[in-house]
Design a protein around this ligand. Structure first.
Ligand code: MOS
Length: 749
């Protein structure tokens, strides 16, 4: 356990929820022990575009244990989410069973509820559905070309003209396929009604949003819906918003008058709970012969679903990362018969950086310039995406590059393709910049100081595996001096004081000030009680001046005397015969401040690959990430966030792709045997270095977010490294070994 006081902020603190997790006490969605739970198993469409002609449930209904079979023909339609309140967003705007249309393969078309999971699953396989099938649009080429004005358009200067006349040009198209979120814990909900009150045990990145959406789709007052999610087996964006299974669980529980559990099986994780959409991105760079960018043009085409407009904002990062006077960016959508896309770790920026940072490498090669030198030559001293440009709240990207150069040994890099060897292997070194915008929202936190010497902090945010529980305890401990093992943190319950969705790498920056203010309020209550309680050593008689008190090391003391001179805070409470004193605070960013500066985290990522042409094996052998994200509140959890993101980046670059059958839109690799994610064997030793400069723009702790930035530059850095080793430029992810077969002939040595 960490040392109380200021030193606990920034220390490497083990998660306070670690023991619960490793001992199996942590309750994930389906672990909640409810009595009399029934199980719902979804029947999913086996076609991508159809009208449901008939549903025959007669066989399934007679199967043992079956309680109900719900489908559009026997279920009142749910309401649509209002998407109006601050938080009120569902993964899919169309509630399940709204009509008889099938918009994508794997859409829920019925739900079988039975006494046991096995009975429900068995019966679900006997529901007969007949479809009037139409040809689905599955591939980008199946959709009519995008019509109308682009969904995103950005322009500064005259990029057409500047590109035209640029002496050095890159004009290439890059493709990132659909990637599927694959958290360990699959989406799952247990819904339990108690008369008109609904409790949902869920796995979610936002209990408050979940509560609002369920209240809206069910037409139930907000206060009658409670969402509980104390632990989340990761989300990666896929659990930001509630998906159809949560609504079906609520409907089914009402129908059968029992709690109903519905889990999304791994195969349907690929269809009905979002994904990172495919992006096809044309990137044009124009530069002078000495490497000054004069034009950037970024044009993106991206599919969304038939029912929702989801825009993966890839071009934003292009507009801010480099100094360039002439820039256009456009993003257009087409509609396909696949489920609705959703944010996936680093939405927009991660897919946007792949073409930008690949093209920068291609430009550096054409210019015979070091890729870092090219980036320094075009270093953005301010955020030019705004007009007029805004200063950065804090930017130390130059130092990230420099630190990376030193630690990676970049000066030893021979830029010649295939020139660096280690035994039978050819080494490739590549790098890329990374960034993520820093934001902060509103949060309310309650802190209670108890007469038994413990503290409790609560908030309706949640810990999705990132370390949020521990951050709460660290701040309470810093302010009070109460050790971490005497601080209880309660999150993941929508009935607690309103907290933020865990998304966009904003939770830490958002909750820090609220925890601090709430803790101070609780301390002030204790200090106040200390002067007003007869029997307290600090009791001030009516009319006498109360001494100025403070709290440190868990003790109340005279402000200008050492803590040891005071008494444990609980003594004040016990003397007063009260159980606890509370403090509560709501904090929000200052809207006046928001538009003055641009706040981003930055980083540089350096990767090494080893290519053995003799056995056609290409491995990732080194990965160094240098991050400028302001102050790091917990070094251990923070490092863990970056390294976990790097692992995802390795998956993105080298392994991950959801492959659809063009005939019926079925994801062919909808399982862990065929959809490959990076595992230990794919991942080398990873290194993460923080370049720490507190950024007080967002909060008094100087912290920005770190959940997503670690992924941002990994794929381009790896692809650049592969080029350096093999001379092959991969512009379509993921890398395949076929891409470099024969590359040994092209290498010069
Ligand atoms: Mo993140 S993709 O906002 O969970």
């Amino acid at each position: 356990m960490g040392t109380p006081g200021n030193s606990i902020i920034g220390a490497a603190v083990s998660r306070i929820d670690g023991p619960a997790k490793v001992s199996g006490k942590a309750q994930y969605a389906l672990d909640h022990p409810l009595d009399n739970v029934a199980y719902g198993v979804g029947v999913a469409s086996t076609v991508g575009n159809a009208r449901i002609a008939s549903i025959d449930t007669s066989t399934a209904e007679r199967m043992p244990g079956v309680l109900a079979i719900l489908h559009h023909g026997n279920t009142e339609p749910l309401f649509r989410p209002a998407e109006q309140l601050e938080h009120s967003r569902a993964g899919e705007i169309r509630p399940p069973f709204e009509d008889d249309q099938v918009y994508y393969y794997g859409q829920f078309v019925a739900l079988v509820v039975a006494n046991t999971f096995e009975q429900a699953k068995d019966a679900a396989s006997r529901v007969q559905i007949h479809y009037d099938v139409s040809k689905p649009a599955v591939l980008l080429s199946d959709a009519p070309p995008p019509q109308g004005p682009p969904r995103i358009h950005y322009s500064r200067g005259d990029a057409d003209q500047a590109f035209e006349s640029a002496p050095v040009k890159i004009d290439e198209t890059y493709v990132i396929p659909v990637e599927t979120h694959n958290p360990m814990e699959m989406h799952a909900t247990i819904a339990a009604w108690d008369r008109d009150k609904l409790t949902l045990y869920a796995t979610t990145q936002g209990v408050v949003n979940y509560q609002k959406v369920l209240s809206e789709v069910l037409g139930t007052p907000l206060e009658n819906v409670n969402v509980i999610s104390p632990f989340c087996g990761s989300g990666f964006g896929g659990k930001l918003f509630p998906w159809p299974q949560s609504m079906l669980a609520a409907l089914a529980a009402k129908r059968v008058h029992r709690p109903v559990a519905v889990q999304v099986p791994r195969s349907l994780m690929f269809t009905t709970v979002g994904h990172r959409p495919l992006t096809q991105q044309r990137m044009r760079l124009g530069a002078t012969e000495d490497g000054k960018l004069v034009a950037i043009q970024h044009d993106v085409v991206q599919p969304t679903s038939m029912v929702d407009v989801y825009v993966e904002g890839c071009t934003g990062v292009t507009t801010m990362l480099y100094d360039c006077a002439n820039l256009t960016a456009n993003q257009q959508l087409v509609r396909l018969n696949i489920g609705t896309p959703t944010p996936m770790r680093g939405p927009g920026i991660v897919p946007g950086l792949f073409p930008l940072e690949s093209a920068m490498d291609e430009l550096a090669i054409q210019l015979k310039m070091d890729p870092i030198e090219l980036r320094l030559k075009n270093y953005a001293e301010q955020d030019e995406s705004y007009s007029p440009p805004r200063p950065w709240s804090s930017k130390h990207l130059r130092e990230c590059y420099q630190t990376g150069v030193e630690r990676f040994g970049w000066s030893k890099r021979n830029p010649q393709v295939g020139s660096m060897r280690s035994g039978n292997e050819i080494l490739g070194w590549g790098m890329a910049s990374s960034t993520w915008h820093a934001g902060r929202g509103s949060a309310t936190v309650r802190v209670r100081l108890n007469a038994d010497g413990t503290a409790r902090a609560s908030c309706a945010t949640q810990d999705i595996g990132t370390g949020t529980y521990t951050i709460f305890a660290q701040v309470v401990s810093q302010k009070t001096g109460i050790p971490l093992d005497k601080i209880q943190v309660v999150l993941g319950d929508s009935s607690l004081p309103n907290g933020p969705t865990s998304g966009g790498s904003t939770t830490t920056a958002t909750v820090l000030p609220a925890i601090a203010r709430a803790t101070e309020a609780a301390i002030n209550s204790v200090l106040d009680a200390a002067t007003r309680t007869p029997g307290s050593p600090f009791f001030a008689q009516e009319g006498a001046t109360a001494p100025k008190l403070a709290m440190a090391n868990g003790r109340v003391h005279i402000a200008d005397q050492p803590p040891a001179s005071g008494v444990p805070f609980e003594q004040i409470l016990t003397t007063r015969r009260i159980a606890a004193l509370d403090g509560e605070a709501r904090t929000s960013p200052d809207p006046a401040d928001e538009h003055k500066v641009s706040s981003h985290s930055f980083g540089a990522q350096f990767m090494e690959v080893a290519w053995d042409p003799g056995i056609a094996r290409l491995r990732v052998t080194r990965a160094l990430t240098v991050i400028d994200a302001g102050s790091i509140i917990n070094k251990k959890a923070g490092t863990n966030q970056i390294l976990g993101a790097v692992v995802m980046g390795i998956g993105m670059a080298m392994l991950e792709e959801t492959i659809y059958d063009p005939r019926n839109a079925k994801p062919l690799n909808n399982n862990f045997a065929d959809y490959l994610v990076a595992t230990n064997a794919d991942v080398p030793e990873l290194e993460c270095v923080f370049v720490e400069y507190p950024d007080y723009h967002l909060n008094e702790y100087g912290a920005r977010g770190i959940g997503e930035i670690g992924l941002a530059g990994v794929a381009p850095a790896l692809i650049n490294a592969i080029h350096h080793a093999t001379g092959v430029r991969v512009r379509r992810l993921p890398f395949r070994v076929e891409d470099v077969l024969g590359a040994e002939k092209a290498t010069v040595i």
